[in-house]
Ligand binder design. Structure first.
Ligand SMILES: Cc1cc2nc3c(=O)[nH]c(=O)nc-3n(C[C@H](O)[C@H](O)[C@H](O)COP(=O)(O)OP(=O)(O)OC[C@H]3O[C@@H](n4cnc5c(N)ncnc54)[C@H](O)[C@@H]3O)c2cc1C
Length: 377
């Protein structure tokens, strides 16, 4: 059996790791030219089931490194006003793990070698009479496998062809994603698992990414064959605005930051400092999107996982968790096929039914929580 995966994001790579562990032939095709081609370094919160799914796919020799390069995520999530006066608490999180998407992605590339091809954008596919599928690339070439998995994120080319009627909707308003190197003063903004600032004209969600060990050093010590980025601990923040930033579209983060500084100029000095010190290379405007539920489509040689099928707003806190859980679930189904215990179509259908139920329940939960994070218009 040969599995083709469109997209070397965290979901596609997690699946590839699991399939390699199971002895299944897998090839991953990524649109970007390399793993460092664009900004990717934001913090994601993993829950127990998400982390367990990731560990299930990752080879055991990398589990120690995974623990070393993630961080704690526990405690109260408080809501404050723009002067940092506490308004209420959203309740504690228990047993979570903070991970950096870029570090995770590099870790997930470990040992995959030339099974991952960068600079290979999948533009569509052709289902063949023999039941196999040919993935088609932007350069006009193609490759044939038994199953094509669209793990190509919210703008998925595979989903567009498989489910042309599926709708992806933008969350109204504007959003900005910032990252600021950790200092003692700024760390105090997030005493627990997260802080939501409800200020006039904007909401600001702040989270801590505190690596247990510096990723590059931890890799050198625990798994020298893995190269991880030289990243320090930081605060990740998302600004939600009732409308996109007014005025001409900014061309770089320095312009965005200056407009944001004008908006928050009367806020608590520590919040102004958070924005002022933001990292130009790792902060950017953000489009938040989610998908409307889709019914099961009738199983063939093409399936989907992660944001390619159920993108959700960050208020769900589940996109990455579910990408890992989809990957582990699909991996279990395909392992059964590889061992001769199941037929491919039935195994893929079983995966799809569970994945769709779980994924769209999380989208709905995230949408229900969105008003907590959204400033008044
Ligand atoms: C600010 C923010 C905070 C978040 N916080 C959390 C959190 O706390 N917890 C959580 O669980 N989730 C969180 N998420 C969501 C999480 O990051 C995503 O759900 C997750 O990255 C989805 O993984 P994926 O592999 O499905 O897609 P992606 O990570 O988007 O990967 C898709 C990959 O496919 C590639 N690709 C795209 N098109 C093609 C093509 N045509 N051909 C080949 N390759 C292609 C892309 O370049 C990319 O590498 C957050 C997201 C944001 C933006």
């Amino acid at each position: 059996m040969k599995v083709l995966v469109a997209g070397a994001g965290i979901g596609g790579l997690c699946l590839a790791q699991g399939l390699v562990r199971a002895g299944i032939d897998v090839r991953v095709f990524e649109r970007e030219g390399g793993a460092d081609s664009r900004y990717q370094g934001f913090r994601i919160g993993l829950d127990e089931p998400g982390l367990a799914a990731l560990r299930e796919c990752l080879p055991p020799r990398l589990h120690g490194l995974l623990t070393a390069v993630t961080g704690p995520l526990a405690g109260e999530r408080r809501v404050v006003d723009e002067q940092l006066t506490e308004l209420r608490q959203l309740g504690p999180t228990s047993g979570g793990t903070a991970a950096d998407r870029h570090v995770l992605r590099q870790l997930l590339l470990a040992g995959l070698g030339d099974r991952v091809e960068f600079g290979r954008a999948v533009v569509g596919y052709r289902e063949r009479a023999d039941g196999r599928v040919e993935a088609r690339f932007a350069d006009g070439t193609g490759t044939v496998g038994d199953l094509l998995v669209g793990a190509d994120g919210v703008g998925s080319a595979v989903r567009r062809q498989l489910l042309p009627g599926a709708e992806v909707t933008a969350v109204p308003g504007g959003a900005l994603l910032g990252r600021t190197p950790m200092t003692e003063r700024l760390a105090a903004l997030v005493p627990g698992a997260g802080t939501l600032v409800q200020g006039p004209g904007a909401s600001l969600l702040i989270g801590r990414m505190e690596f247990r060990r510096p990723p590059r050093l931890a890799a050198a010590e625990l798994a020298p064959e893995v190269e991880l980025p030289d990243t320090g601990s930081y605060l990740r923040w998302v600004v939600m605005l009732p409308e996109p930033l007014a005025g001409p579209a900014p061309t770089d983060w320095a312009q965005v930051r200056d407009r944001l500084l004008t908006l928050v100029r009367d806020w608590h000095p520590d919040l102004v400092e958070l924005v002022r010190r933001s990292d130009v290379g790792n902060s950017s405007p953000l489009t938040l999107r989610y998908s409307e539920p889709v019914p099961h489509w009738g199983t063939g040689a093409v399936t989907l996982l992660g944001d390619a099928i159920h993108p959700m707003p960050p208020s769900a806190g589940q996109g990455a968790n579910l990408a890992f859980r989809d990957a582990a679930l699909l991996c279990r189904s395909l392992t059964a096929v590889h061992r001769g215990e199941a037929e491919l179509p039935a195994a893929v259908q079983e995966y799809e039914l569970r994945m769709l139920d779980r994924g769209f329940a999380a989208v709905a939960a995230g949408l229900a929580r969105l008003p907590d994070f959204t400033p008044a218009r």
